[in-house]
Write a protein that binds this ligand. Structure first.
Ligand SMILES: Nc1ncnc2c1ncn2[C@@H]1O[C@H](COP(=O)(O)OP(=O)(O)OP(=O)(O)O)[C@@H](O)[C@H]1O
Ligand SMILES: Nc1ccn([C@@H]2O[C@H](COP(=O)(O)O)[C@@H](O)[C@H]2O)c(=O)n1
Length: 212
């Protein structure tokens, strides 16, 4: 077994359960965790609050440089913010503005768990273990719909499914750091797993990497 810090990269599409798994892995292995989607969402929120134009890369980069104080804002969770995050995250200069912070987090001597879209491919290509977490788009829409309804944000399931599919399309087909399973990532399909079973499988997969 290597004595390098344990770094776990968790990537996957929207509402696949990667954040839930990443948090659970962090707790299990005693590591700090970063939800990198929050950085893109915070940039989107900064843009919205400054009446910026998502069509302007310049405007989006300025927003990405101005996310202090926004990382725990409850508005980050809204579908509107998630949609704008997915649009502006396609700009290479926005990704560049958020890169160093993520790399520094991954390089902590303690090790780390990060979840997002490009952790295993761009942010931490040398991660000890990489998981690509997925689930069918219908199941992901069901989960996101339940989450939004529980937090008092009424939305139609059909609209959530359309939004999830649009997000998948944008995240997977952009030229800058697209959502793609890294060649050495282990696939974890959570469609028919509850959160506890998904985490148990994730721990098993990480441990299998630690032994290899
Ligand atoms: N295996 C699972 N079965 C059922 N529900 C789940 C499962 N995993 C997570 N959830 C629920 O689905 C919703 C989305 O999960 P989570 O936030 O972990 O996904 P995510 O991939 O990190 O989403 P995003 O990156 O788009 O914010 C949450 O409400 C979470 O509690
Ligand atoms: N590493 C990442 C993380 C996120 N994004 C983009 O942000 C959007 C919102 O992310 P959530 O995980 O909170 O849903 C997402 O749709 C991606 O477009 C990213 O590009 N890279």
């Amino acid at each position: 077994m290597s004595d390098r810090p344990l770094v776990i990269a968790v990537d996957g599409p929207a509402a696949s359960g990667k954040g839930t798994i990443a948090k659970g892995l962090a707790q299990h292995f005693g590591l700090p965790h970063l939800d990198t989607g929050k950085l893109y969402r915070a940039a989107a929120l900064a843009l919205l609050r400054h009446d910026g134009d998502p069509e302007s890369e310049f405007s989006a980069v300025r927003a990405a440089q101005d996310i202090a104080g926004l990382l725990d804002d409850p508005e980050l969770k809204s579908e509107m913010v998630g949609g704008i995050a997915s649009r502006i995250s396609a700009y290479p200069a926005v990704r560049a503005a958020l890169l160093e912070r993520q790399r520094e987090f991954a390089a902590q001597p303690s090790g780390a768990v990060l979840d997002g879209r490009d952790i295993g491919t761009v942010i931490a290509p040398d991660a000890t273990a990489k998981l690509f977490v997925t689930a069918s788009s219908e199941e992901r829409a069901r989960r996101r719909h339940a989450e939004l309804s529980a937090s008092g944000l009424p939305v139609h399931l059909a609209d959530v499914l359309i939004d999830i599919r649009a997000r998948d399309e944008r995240d997977s087909h952009r030229s800058a750091a697209p959502l793609v399973q890294a060649g050495d990532a282990l696939l974890l399909d959570t469609t028919s797993l509850d959160p506890a079973a998904a985490l148990a499988e994730a721990i098993r997969l990480v441990e299998s990497r630690l032994r290899s």
